[in-house]
Design a protein around this ligand. Sequence first.
Ligand SMILES: C[S@@+](CC[C@H](N)C(=O)[O-])C[C@H]1O[C@@H](n2cnc3c(N)ncnc32)[C@H](O)[C@@H]1O
Length: 272
Amino acid sequence: MDDLAYPRVRDALQELLGLDLRAYKPTQMRRRLASFVARHCEGDPDVFLARLRAEPDFLQDVRDMLTINVTEFFRDPVQWATLEQRVLPALLEGRPRLRAWSAGCSHGQEPISLAIALDRLGRLGGASILATDFDHAAVERTAAGGPYRASEVAGLSEDERERYFARERSLGDGVLYRTRPRVRSRITAQSLNLLADPFEGDFDLVICRNVMIYFETEVKSVLLRRFQGALRPGGVLFIGATEALLGADLEGFERMGGNFYRRAEARGQRAA
Ligand SMILES: C[S@@+](CC[C@H](N)C(=O)[O-])C[C@H]1O[C@@H](n2cnc3c(N)ncnc32)[C@H](O)[C@@H]1O
């Protein structure tokens, strides 16, 4: 998309979707938009802008296209093993329940992985997992517990598939897998724009993985401060493998190793 068209498209998306594209690294966004305009609007940005305003379904398709939903169950297994074996037990010690937030949950694989880990620790009951994303279609699927195609659950063991999912038959897609109610009932899915909407607070654990990589450096720093405010003192932030906190971003956090950062205790409070 050329330099003349891009600002107009960006302003229209801000107005109609409330999404500020300036917060995102531009190269990838421009490439995605250009290929979408080429495919759906014969490469003409004016057609794109007209359809954005006239067709609600088109606007929804654009929203879904702008967000990059790649995800999987237990993405980065070593980090998830650390979460299950070290981080969660420490967070849960002396506490009746866990309050967690999967921020940028995509289609739900991340909050479900957390629910499975908690169940294996015998602590799923009483846990509450907020799962949020900007992409409405992804949020709906998360709320419905899927369903997930066989290829999407292929990374789980047979035992995990049996224990945590019910099989459904579908004509086109073969067997589909939907989370069982005891998993689904612990997860609340909501639409939330991390760049604009208010956050809840008092979380023991915030998982925000492979989302901040798309944001400009200053935007990432602001978001990290906001996540810090959303965590209780001693609460833990779990980030993506390539998103290590450096310099000023580390302020107020303690490095725990791996992809984990603990919110520093307020003076006089005990560690989790
Ligand atoms: C690559 S996926 C990561 C999914 C999951 N966290 C993981 O690591 O597997 C990035 C997700 O961030 C979401 N996202 C992008 N911008 C967002 C925003 N401004 N607010 C909320 N979610 C956003 C996208 O919709 C997408 O589902």
